[in-house]
Design a protein around this ligand. Structure first.
Ligand SMILES: [Zn+2]
Length: 288
């Protein structure tokens, strides 16, 4: 668990860690915020950033919940135990009976109260794609904050195609929900980017002191406009980079025996082989 034990543990200066949650309070009033890491258990850049940052961070204003989300998956070193935790933050009626019985759904229900009391969320992720570009996932109401994080791309449209994430849950309440993808899981730059982004986010939100980070003028905007789900299973035709541009008609892979081609000029994101029907094989995007 990378030094973050799931048990209730008293930490420095009276901060309490309960079941993966450390709450730090400033002496002055301010916003309530949540920083989340380890929603997927194989994405260790967030928990690594927490380990270094949390003991040193001096929260001046408001309340910040630091949450290590998928404790069991992190212990296993796997993406998930029973289901994708980032699809479990949905109303009950949008989940199957099987999904409602999973560890991840139970964990999502435990974590929802922290999100309900927070004004804004930063959720730290990384990608299994080897050549992955760091990018931001958020909807346009969070763009003013996303612009000040040091990423080359901010993307939107994900709530429609992949409902049930932590940022989706915040968006349904009209709050700020920002997910950062910090690059490949094993890229040593990923935890550094995670740390820097957490500091920028807390500065922008007024929780810590510091100069307001500048807007990244070169940041591109990408619309995630579609998702390919398997009919039977999926095998990639080759390795792809995240955000690789594919001209219309490019072979992407096979769904069973059926060839899957790019339906139009598109960018491909998160391509992955899948063994079962109804699974997410890749995301389709375009720059705006
Ligand atoms: Zn993730």
């Amino acid at each position: 668990m990378i030094g973050l034990s799931p048990e209730t543990t008293p930490t420095r200066r009276g901060e309490i860690m309960t079941d993966g949650v450390i709450t730090k309070k400033g002496v002055s009033p301010g916003k309530t915020l949540t920083i989340m890491a380890g929603v997927h258990g194989d994405e260790i850049c967030g928990p690594e950033a927490f380990k270094e940052l949390i003991p040193t961070l001096d929260i001046k204003r408001g309340t910040v919940h630091f949450i290590v989300a998928n404790l069991e998956a992190l212990t296993l070193g796997e993406r998930q135990v029973d289901m994708n935790l980032n699809r479990a933050f949905r109303p009950n009626k949008l989940l199957t009976a099987k999904e409602r019985g999973t560890y991840e759904r139970k964990r999502a229900l435990e974590l929802m109260p922290y999100l309900r009391e927070s004004e804004a969320l930063l959720d730290v992720h990384s990608s299994m794609t080897k050549k992955s570009k760091p990018f931001i996932i958020c909807e346009p109401h969070s763009f003013p904050i996303a612009k000040r994080l040091r990423f080359g791309i901010r993307s939107h449209g994900w709530d429609v195609i992949e409902a049930g994430g932590t940022d989706y849950f915040m968006n349904t309440m009209g709050k700020i929900g920002i997910c950062i993808e910090c690059g490949n899981h094993n890229d040593p730059k990923a935890p550094k980017l995670a740390r820097e982004s957490i500091i920028r986010f807390l500065t922008i939100m007024g929780a810590i002191d510091g100069r307001l980070p500048r807007e990244c003028k070169s940041q591109k905007v990408m619309h995630a406009f579609g998702i390919y789900k398997t009919e039977t299973n999926f095998r990639k035709a080759r390795e792809f980079e995240d955000f690789e541009p594919l001209p219309k008609g490019t072979p992407i892979g096979y769904d069973g025996k059926k060839k899957v081609l790019a339906p139009e000029n598109m960018l491909i994101i998160f391509p992955r082989n899948q063994d079962l029907p109804g699974k997410e094989a890749f995301i389709l995007g375009r720059y705006e």
